[in-house]
Design a protein around this ligand. Structure first.
Ligand code: ADP
Ligand code: ADP
Length: 225
């Protein structure tokens, strides 16, 4: 698990500022949602936490360690994207095992990790299939499974359910909540969907125009809009 601390985080693209000094603390094991309209800077901030965008100014700490200049691969986090980004020529098993193989883990350890993740996500019966043979919901489970096997200390979700139909979205939200209860890992979840934010978030940061306007539990935000 890892806490995340953001202090006066600013992001410029050329001369345009898209984040204007973000201050936020996310506790160990917390499920924090970033919500707000398209273009307000949520995924830019998430990508900065992941190390996929550089930070124009300000301080990022992950697990109490200053992380501004730590390479993405060295941050113990996993990110799940809206597009599943699975390797099309590999089986589900190989997609999930890939990062562990790269990290030089031994086959029995890889097998065990993939099986455990597949059980958690109820995709054990799909391990020998190719992504093209799966439904959208199944693909998103594989994408989440691929993140879980690495036992990250921090999970980042960037609109992971936007491509799914409404009923599947509801089902996957329940799964992600359950996953959070099971793993007790810190999660940051980006969405433009207020209902999703309210049902998933332990706390919610409401973004607008590159600023956080409000932070609170769903109860606090609902009762003090
Ligand atoms: P959100 O995730 O809330 O939809 P983004 O973080 O994707 O918002 O984008 C915030 C703003 O930054 C938008 O105005 C977007 O056009 C701009 N932006 C994002 N990425 C880039 C980039 N690589 N170059 C220039 N502007 C960008
Ligand atoms: P989101 O779904 O978060 O709103 P976008 O569709 O805005 O994302 O952006 C998708 C990709 O395009 C991102 O990698 C982002 O960095 C890039 N991007 C967004 N806006 C701009 C921009 N104005 N100029 C250059 N790249 C951009």
């Amino acid at each position: 698990m890892a806490s995340v601390s953001l202090r006066q985080i600013v992001k410029h693209y050329d001369k345009t500022a898209v984040l204007h000094g973000i201050d936020l603390d996310i506790a160990d094991g917390e499920l924090m949602v970033f919500v707000g309209p398209s273009g307000c800077g949520k995924s830019t901030l998430l990508r900065m936490i992941a190390g996929l965008e550089n930070i124009s100014s300000g301080d990022l700490h992950i697990g109490g360690v200053r992380a501004n200049d730590i390479a993405p691969a060295q941050r113990k986090l996993a990110m799940v994207f809206q597009s599943y980004a699975l390797y099309p020529h590999m089986t589900v098993y190989d997609n999930m095992a890939f990062a562990l193989k790269l990290a030089g883990q031994k086959t029995p350890a890889i097998d065990a990790a993939v099986q455990r993740a597949a059980d958690t996500l109820q995709i054990s019966q799909l391990l020998q299939r190719k992504p093209s043979e799966l439904s959208g919901g199944q693909r998103q489970r594989v994408a989440i499974g691929r993140a879980i096997v690495r036992t990250p200390e921090l999970f980042l979700f960037d609109e992971p359910l936007s491509n799914l139909d409404a009923s599947l979205r509801v089902q996957m939200r329940v799964e992600i909540s359950r996953l959070h209860r099971e793993l007790q890992t810190t999660m940051i979840y980006v969405t433009h969907d207020q209902v999703e934010a309210m049902t998933l978030g332990q706390r919610i940061a409401v973004f607008n125009g590159g600023r956080i306007e409000q932070v609170g539990t769903p109860h606090q935000l609902y009762n003090h809009p």
